[in-house]
Ligand binder design. Structure first.
Ligand code: HEC
Length: 459
């Protein structure tokens, strides 16, 4: 069973070797059992299943045939499976996209009458219920369920999820489990560690600030994040990130483990709930798995752009009916190895591209997102650690579209959209951020694979 699932994930990772090659032959007659089921099972079912986060299941012939036309439409324009990064520019762990041939097979299946076929139906993939990694050492849940207003709008929130444990220890892995799988869309979580004497009550203050994205001092005060003397606890960034269908970050042993204090909290800076037609609630939780040793190489993070270490130029002020390009540049102060990157923009973002230029003038491709989709903000992990030499400049470039051509424009007619600097970030404000998880470079890093370690899967 474990083996079967592992093979299934490997298939997901490697499913698309021949994109762009239109020189392929199609079967004479396409049937579900013989050709279509395996494409659906590998590329769609991880999300389109019970508790998978997508709105309907796609396992059996009957699930799929009744939506055949819609499936054709969403695969032809590459809306599904959602993978905004251009795989020809840079390929990442866990990427999911269809080859031209797979899209053509789905298309021909409909042309051929969408038949089930006489072959044995393939066995649908099996997914775990509960944790992917066995029994957690600790479960940390939201204290109260969070109300999501039923007004058909996206909601972004900032939250604190405090906890106390018997002693300081180390965390190997954190798995976020959404309570309301239909509405939880993405979550980016950080870890706060308190010195025992500096915070009498980690549970005080509100636990949720609504309709903001990204914390500023205002949200920190509302959530009572600070120590009792007003100083701030230690923040370990990006310890847990969630999107439907995505595995948590699992780095090689010794990398990416975290120290955790007796008094601690998860700080969720970006909690995105999708639109709800009527009032709904969510009580999500974290499964925490301890490590037996301290992290040998603790992860580090740079945040470029808005609220970060490099300026956005020109200032992110996008007048109505305007398309505008901004950039940010950061000079790498030492040899580093990159592990994971996360571009972040809001609704009027149109495209995102980042690369590094070494002191020798060599260009290292990082990521290209030709069609930005704020719903799919992945943390993209490189297949191997990627060395960026000292003195290289990391460039990130974003295009914003504040016209009505942009279907995600929240205003009709378009309004001035800005990046607020000294107040909380509303979803309708804009951001331009590029978050980079890295380590100081060590010889041989470029040979270290970042594919998830299969021995951790416990089912
Ligand atoms: C990573 C998770 C994920 C994968 C993989 C995925 N979907 Fe989806 N799908 C979703 C979610 C979530 C939605 C709900 C709409 C949204 O959030 O964009 C959705 C919506 C849809 C819709 C409805 C679109 C609409 O306009 O209402 C169709 C059809 C669909 N998916 C087909 C597919 C097919 C076919 C595949 C595989 C080739 C696939 N999906 C793979 C998550 C996924």
């Amino acid at each position: 069973m474990k083996h079967a699932i592992w093979v299934f994930f490997l298939a997901l990772l490697t499913s698309c070797a021949q994109l762009g090659n239109k020189d392929f032959a199609l079967p004479q007659k396409v049937t579900f059992n013989q050709h279509v089921a395996s494409i659906i099972h590998h590329n769609c079912t991880p999300c389109h299943r019970k508790d998978g986060g997508a709105p309907f299941q796609m396992l059996s012939y009957h699930d799929v045939v009744k939506r055949a036309k819609m499936i054709k439409a969403v695969t032809a324009d590459r809306y599904m499976p959602p993978w905004p990064a251009d795989p020809d520019y840079r390929s990442f762990v866990g990427e999911r996209y269809l080859t031209e041939r797979e899209i053509a097979i789905l298309d021909k299946w409909i042309e051929d009458g969408s038949e089930e076929g006489d072959d044995e139906p393939p066995t649908p993939p099996v997914f775990p219920t509960g944790s992917m990694f066995g029994k957690p050492d600790l479960v940390v849940s939201f204290r109260d369920s969070v109300r999501i207003d039923g007004n058909n709008l996206d909601h972004f929130m900032v939250m604190k999820v405090p906890f106390e444990i018997p002693q300081d220890t180390f965390i190997r892995l954190i798995e976020f489990v959404p309570g309301n799988r239909e509405l939880v869309h993405h979550m980016n979580g950080h870890l706060l560690n308190y010195d025992f004497d500096k915070k009498a009550d980690v549970f005080e203050g509100s636990h949720v600030v609504r309709d903001v994205d990204g914390s500023t001092l205002e949200t920190y005060y509302a959530l009572s994040v600070a120590n009792d003397d007003g100083s701030f606890p230690t923040l370990t960034p990006s310890v847990s990130n969630y999107l439907p269908g995505v595995l948590p970050a699992i780095y090689p042993k010794g990398i990416g483990a975290y120290s955790v204090s007796q008094k601690a909290a998860f700080l969720i800076k970006n909690m995105h709930y999708g639109p709800a037609p009527k009032e709904a609630y969510d009580q999500s939780y974290f499964n925490v798995f301890y490590a037996d040793a301290p992290p040998q190489r603790p992860l580090k993070e740079w945040m470029l752009g808005t609220l970060g270490i490099s300026e956005v130029q020109p200032a992110l002020v996008v007048p109505p009916d305007t398309i505008m390009t901004v950039e940010t540049n950061f000079k790498v102060p030492q040899d580093v190895s990159l592990l994971t990157i996360n571009p972040h923009m809001h609704l009027i973002g149109r495209s995102f591209k980042a690369w590094a230029t070494t002191p020798d003038g060599e260009e290292i491709a990082l990521i290209s997102i030709p069609k930005w989709d704020f719903r799919w903000q992945y943390f993209y992990t490189f297949h191997q650690m990627l060395k960026i030499p000292k003195g290289s400049v990391i460039h990130a470039e974003g295009i914003y579209d504040n016209t009505l051509e942009n279907p995600n424009n929240p205003y009709d007619p378009p309004k001035m959209v800005i990046e607020p600097v000294n107040r909380d970030m509303k979803t309708t404000d804009e951001m331009f951020q590029f978050i980079i998880t890295y380590l100081p470079y060590q010889t041989g890093d470029e040979n270290i694979s970042l594919e998830p370690d299969s021995s951790l899967f416990k089912y």
